[in-house]
Design a protein around this ligand. Structure first.
Ligand code: DOR
Ligand code: ZN
Length: 405
């Protein structure tokens, strides 16, 4: 039995809680607040093929440390997850790694849409959380850049009642703008090449196609005011569209290039302060449904490469909850909304069963994000050095208590 004594609910009530368990644990939770454990609908844990960046040994530890007990992993690995066999192989490796590290992390896999393998979707339909479509190239160079393939994916997904998660950046515009800005080696040029039009054009198209087939559409990493307006309109028209944003788009903007250089490079790129404000407003107005960390680790050495060679992406699963709790402490976000963004909505949108996984957080605990203390294999964070108030202390996964703080 796990006994949690005197814990505070998000509404400020004190309660005692007993959970079934093989383990007998008593947690004196007098200074702690109980939240459902987090669901991260968007991670890149790099298995198979890119395990020098991350694997499920380190990623599982990082997830638990961050208060997460469920993750949805992306298909842009080597090889990419685009056939039933590759999906099966990936599952086998993950299961083995989780068993060896003895962390029974709950996970789901996105299946990669690939022009040459669209029929594979029928074979994997019951084994996946959804279909991932890269409308623009990112790490891994997976892309669906023609309208007829895009229509085909959305039509198949609707028929099978699968959700389509889109990386909404327009590949044609990216290519055009890359040429236009070629020779420029400043990292911040990344935000100009992949400017807001690049995202807006793709989001507009994805919504338009979802509307035709009534496909459930999940827009990954929403980063601009303009996308929010399109999503708001689509929601008003009852298009089945859902929106995610990321901690880096909420808490960083283009001024970060100065200090972070290549470590501020990700897709979609950092935007301006007005976009951050619009994302927070969209959270208040329920236009944004979820927060995905888009945990996308790359090594230090890779991120120090010059612009053009430096890969896009930042790790995030260990810092997302503290960043949100810190924003709560600053009056920017209610605990109720944090719970919806980090678990309830994902459970509803992706149809996941309820669990008895929890995270106990200390809302007053102050700690500085420190590269040296992270569990992710890449061992860096764009938030290194940031002092945050509000940290997870215990994560409870499948009736097991993990002390994390
Ligand atoms: O910044 C990003 N990194 N964006 C993506 O779309 C992919 C990700 C990665 O896998 O590194
Ligand atoms: Zn991603």
């Amino acid at each position: 039995m796990i006994e949690i004594r005197n814990v505070q609910t998000i509404f400020g009530l004190k309660q005692n809680l007993s959970l079934e368990s093989q383990q007998d644990t008593i947690i004196d939770a007098d200074n702690l607040t109980l939240l459902p454990a987090l669901i991260d609908p968007h991670v890149h844990f790099r298995t198979p093929g890119l395990e020098y960046k991350e694997d499920w040994y380190t990623a599982a530890k990082a997830s638990i440390a961050g208060g997460y007990t469920t993750v949805f992993d992306m298909p842009n690995t080597i090889p990419p997850t685009i056939t039933a066999e590759l999906l099966q192989e990936k599952n086998a490796i993950i299961k083995k790694q989780l068993q060896e590290v003895d962390i029974p992390l709950r996970y789901q896999l996105f299946f990669g849409a690939d022009k040459a393998h669209l029929n594979e979707i029928y074979r994997v339909k019951n084994a996946i959380i959804g279909i991932k479509v890269f409308m623009g190239c990112s790490t891994g160079n997976m892309v669906i850049d023609d309208d007829s393939s895009l229509h085909a994916v959305f039509a198949i997904a609707a028929r099978l009642n699968l959700i389509v998660a889109v990386h909404a950046e327009d590949e044609h515009l990216i290519k055009e703008r890359k040429k236009q800005f070629s020779g420029n080696t400043d990292y911040q040029i990344h935000s100009q090449i992949r400017n807001r039009d690049v995202a807006v054009r793709a989001v507009e198209k994805a919504i338009q196609i979802a509307k035709i087939y009534q496909t459930k559409l999940y827009i990954l990493h929403t980063s601009t005011l303009d996308e929010i307006q399109l999503i708001k309109q689509a929601k008003q028209e009852n298009v089945p569209v859902f929106a995610e944003t990321t901690p880096h788009h909420l808490f960083l903007n283009q001024t970060a290039y100065q200090e972070l250089a290549g470590k501020a490079v990700m897709n979609p790129p950092l935007r301006v302060a007005a976009d951050q404000a619009a994302l927070f407003e969209a959270i208040q107005n329920n236009i944004i449904d979820t927060i995905g960390s888009d945990h996308a680790p790359h090594t230090h050495a890779e991120k120090e490469k010059p612009y053009g060679e430096c890969p896009s992406g930042v790790p995030g699963i260990e810092t997302t909850l503290p960043l949100l709790l810190n924003a709560h402490q600053q009056g920017m976000l209610s605990l109720e909304r944090i719970v919806q963004l980090t678990s309830t909505r994902a459970r509803e949108i992706f149809n996941l069963p309820e669990t008895e996984d929890f995270v106990l957080v200390d809302l007053n605990k102050e700690k500085t994000v420190d590269n040296a203390k992270l569990h992710t294999k890449c061992a860096w964070s764009p938030f290194h050095g940031m002092k945050l108030q509000g940290w997870p202390v215990y994560t409870i996964l499948k009736q097991r208590v993990f002390e994390v703080g």
